[in-house]
Design a protein around this ligand. Sequence first.
Ligand code: HEC
Length: 124
Amino acid sequence: MRKLVFVLLTASAMFAGATPGVAQEADVTPGQKLFQQRCGACHQIATTRNGVGPNLQGVVGRAAGSVEGFNYSSPLRASGITWSPETLETFLTNPGAMVRGTRMTQRFNKADERRAIIEFLATR
Ligand code: HEC
Protein backbone atom coordinates (compact mmCIF):
# COMPACT_ATOMS: atom_id res chain seq x y z
CA MET A 1 0.00 0.00 0.00
CA ARG A 2 2.71 2.43 0.97
CA LYS A 3 4.46 1.68 -2.29
CA LEU A 4 1.29 2.41 -4.26
CA VAL A 5 0.93 5.82 -2.58
CA PHE A 6 4.53 6.61 -3.44
CA VAL A 7 3.98 5.69 -7.07
CA LEU A 8 0.85 7.84 -7.25
CA LEU A 9 2.61 10.83 -5.68
CA THR A 10 5.52 10.48 -8.06
CA ALA A 11 3.19 10.20 -11.01
CA SER A 12 1.24 13.33 -10.01
CA ALA A 13 4.47 15.26 -9.44
CA MET A 14 5.62 14.33 -12.91
CA PHE A 15 2.28 15.32 -14.34
CA ALA A 16 2.45 18.73 -12.64
CA GLY A 17 5.95 19.23 -13.99
CA ALA A 18 4.85 18.39 -17.49
CA THR A 19 2.07 21.00 -17.51
CA PRO A 20 3.59 24.35 -16.52
CA GLY A 21 0.68 26.18 -18.16
CA VAL A 22 -1.76 24.70 -15.72
CA ALA A 23 0.50 25.44 -12.75
CA GLN A 24 0.84 29.09 -13.83
CA GLU A 25 -2.89 29.49 -14.22
CA ALA A 26 -3.34 28.50 -10.60
CA ASP A 27 -0.63 30.99 -9.54
CA VAL A 28 -2.45 34.06 -10.89
CA THR A 29 -3.10 36.31 -7.88
CA PRO A 30 -6.16 38.55 -7.55
CA GLY A 31 -3.84 41.55 -8.02
CA GLN A 32 -2.44 40.17 -11.26
CA LYS A 33 -5.92 39.49 -12.57
CA LEU A 34 -7.07 42.98 -11.64
CA PHE A 35 -3.97 44.45 -13.25
CA GLN A 36 -4.79 42.67 -16.48
CA GLN A 37 -8.39 43.88 -16.35
CA ARG A 38 -7.86 47.48 -15.25
CA CYS A 39 -4.39 48.37 -16.54
CA GLY A 40 -3.46 45.77 -19.13
CA ALA A 41 -5.05 47.56 -22.07
CA CYS A 42 -2.51 50.37 -21.70
CA HIS A 43 0.39 48.92 -19.68
CA GLN A 44 2.67 45.92 -20.21
CA ILE A 45 4.39 44.36 -17.23
CA ALA A 46 5.66 41.00 -18.49
CA THR A 47 7.71 42.76 -21.17
CA THR A 48 9.38 46.17 -21.43
CA ARG A 49 7.27 47.13 -24.42
CA ASN A 50 5.38 50.39 -24.11
CA GLY A 51 1.79 50.76 -25.21
CA VAL A 52 -0.63 53.61 -24.68
CA GLY A 53 1.15 53.86 -21.32
CA PRO A 54 4.74 53.05 -20.33
CA ASN A 55 5.67 49.52 -19.28
CA LEU A 56 5.38 49.02 -15.52
CA GLN A 57 8.15 46.49 -15.00
CA GLY A 58 9.87 47.31 -11.71
CA VAL A 59 7.74 50.41 -11.28
CA VAL A 60 7.99 50.36 -7.48
CA GLY A 61 11.22 52.23 -6.72
CA ARG A 62 11.36 53.79 -10.18
CA ALA A 63 11.43 57.52 -10.87
CA ALA A 64 8.25 58.78 -12.56
CA GLY A 65 8.59 59.54 -16.24
CA SER A 66 11.81 57.57 -16.65
CA VAL A 67 11.06 54.78 -19.14
CA GLU A 68 13.31 55.20 -22.13
CA GLY A 69 11.45 55.70 -25.39
CA PHE A 70 8.07 56.51 -23.88
CA ASN A 71 6.62 59.87 -24.77
CA TYR A 72 5.49 61.15 -21.34
CA SER A 73 3.55 64.29 -20.66
CA SER A 74 5.82 67.07 -19.43
CA PRO A 75 4.07 67.32 -16.04
CA LEU A 76 4.69 63.64 -15.26
CA ARG A 77 8.31 63.79 -16.43
CA ALA A 78 8.91 66.86 -14.27
CA SER A 79 6.96 65.58 -11.25
CA GLY A 80 9.93 64.41 -9.18
CA ILE A 81 7.87 61.47 -7.89
CA THR A 82 9.44 58.13 -7.01
CA TRP A 83 6.88 55.34 -7.27
CA SER A 84 6.27 53.58 -3.95
CA PRO A 85 3.17 51.83 -2.60
CA GLU A 86 2.17 55.19 -1.07
CA THR A 87 2.68 57.39 -4.14
CA LEU A 88 1.01 54.77 -6.35
CA GLU A 89 -1.98 54.75 -3.99
CA THR A 90 -2.34 58.53 -4.34
CA PHE A 91 -1.79 58.49 -8.11
CA LEU A 92 -4.26 55.69 -8.86
CA THR A 93 -6.94 57.26 -6.67
CA ASN A 94 -6.87 60.37 -8.86
CA PRO A 95 -3.92 60.76 -11.25
CA GLY A 96 -4.84 64.29 -12.31
CA ALA A 97 -5.05 65.54 -8.74
CA MET A 98 -1.51 64.36 -8.02
CA VAL A 99 0.02 65.29 -11.39
CA ARG A 100 -2.01 68.02 -13.01
CA GLY A 101 -1.94 67.54 -16.77
CA THR A 102 -0.96 63.85 -16.81
CA ARG A 103 -2.31 61.90 -19.75
CA MET A 104 -3.39 59.07 -17.49
CA THR A 105 -6.79 60.32 -16.45
CA GLN A 106 -8.62 57.23 -15.23
CA ARG A 107 -9.38 57.08 -11.50
CA PHE A 108 -9.49 53.82 -9.60
CA ASN A 109 -12.01 54.23 -6.82
CA LYS A 110 -11.97 50.86 -5.11
CA ALA A 111 -9.43 50.82 -2.27
CA ASP A 112 -9.26 47.03 -2.09
CA GLU A 113 -8.57 46.80 -5.82
CA ARG A 114 -5.87 49.48 -5.64
CA ARG A 115 -4.22 47.63 -2.77
CA ALA A 116 -4.23 44.30 -4.61
CA ILE A 117 -2.86 45.87 -7.81
CA ILE A 118 -0.10 47.73 -5.95
CA GLU A 119 0.87 44.54 -4.11
CA PHE A 120 1.16 42.84 -7.49
CA LEU A 121 3.21 45.70 -8.97
CA ALA A 122 5.67 45.42 -6.09
CA THR A 123 6.45 41.83 -7.08
CA ARG A 124 7.50 42.75 -10.65
C1 HEC B 1 -6.41 54.21 -20.84
C2 HEC B 1 -5.00 53.89 -20.67
C3 HEC B 1 -4.47 53.65 -19.27
C4 HEC B 1 -4.97 52.82 -18.30
C5 HEC B 1 -6.20 51.95 -18.34
C6 HEC B 1 -4.03 52.91 -17.20
N1 HEC B 1 -3.02 53.76 -17.49
FE1 HEC B 1 -1.40 54.18 -16.36
N2 HEC B 1 -0.72 55.50 -17.74
C7 HEC B 1 -1.32 55.76 -18.96
C8 HEC B 1 -0.58 56.78 -19.66
C9 HEC B 1 -0.90 57.37 -21.02
C10 HEC B 1 0.50 57.13 -18.81
C11 HEC B 1 1.54 58.22 -19.06
C12 HEC B 1 0.98 59.49 -18.44
C13 HEC B 1 1.77 60.75 -18.73
O1 HEC B 1 2.75 60.73 -19.49
O2 HEC B 1 1.37 61.78 -18.15
C14 HEC B 1 0.38 56.30 -17.61
C15 HEC B 1 1.25 56.34 -16.56
C16 HEC B 1 1.21 55.50 -15.47
C17 HEC B 1 2.18 55.46 -14.40
C18 HEC B 1 3.45 56.30 -14.32
C19 HEC B 1 4.57 55.44 -14.91
C20 HEC B 1 5.92 56.11 -15.00
O3 HEC B 1 6.80 55.54 -15.67
O4 HEC B 1 6.12 57.18 -14.42
C21 HEC B 1 1.80 54.50 -13.53
C22 HEC B 1 2.49 54.10 -12.26
C23 HEC B 1 0.57 53.95 -14.04
N3 HEC B 1 0.24 54.57 -15.21
C24 HEC B 1 -0.13 52.92 -13.42
C25 HEC B 1 -1.34 52.41 -13.89
C26 HEC B 1 -2.06 51.35 -13.23
C27 HEC B 1 -1.57 50.60 -12.00
C28 HEC B 1 -3.21 51.17 -13.93
C29 HEC B 1 -4.35 50.24 -13.61
C30 HEC B 1 -4.92 50.34 -12.27
C31 HEC B 1 -3.18 52.09 -15.05
N4 HEC B 1 -2.03 52.81 -14.99
C32 HEC B 1 -4.16 52.18 -16.03
C33 HEC B 1 -2.44 55.14 -19.45
C34 HEC B 1 -3.24 54.25 -18.76
